[in-house]
Write a new protein. Sequence first.
Length: 143
Amino acid sequence: MKIKKILVPLDGSENSLKSLKQAADLAGIVGASITCLHVVTGMSAFAAVHPLIIPEAKWPGYVKDIMKDARRIASQAGIQYQEAVIGGMAAGYDIVTFADSRANAVDLIVIARRGQYLAREAFPGSTANFVIHKSRTPVLLVR
């Protein structure tokens, strides 16, 4: 499998930035580019069928901060970098939809496991768990 494009979902947590650093290291080795994706949840029901691409001018402040950190990490690694912010209903579903779309040509998803609470990790339903089990695109989980 040739890896040309890596998708890194970011939620602003330290672990998601850790997954970006791991993806940047991998991208440097294999010559891939990275696309960082943030999903703004709670959009209309229509977004469940067709996630909405949010233009940069309309990004909430916290999203701008997340992408600023991501740009810095990608720049330091010297890799090709793109970013996307979409509005959807459920982050896991929207990440899988984005990654599995032929138009986005994603070869690998590198995603972090937040691991905030032990009890939460024991039950399925987390975003990373959903992505691992539902995506047709290969997934690398960063702990």
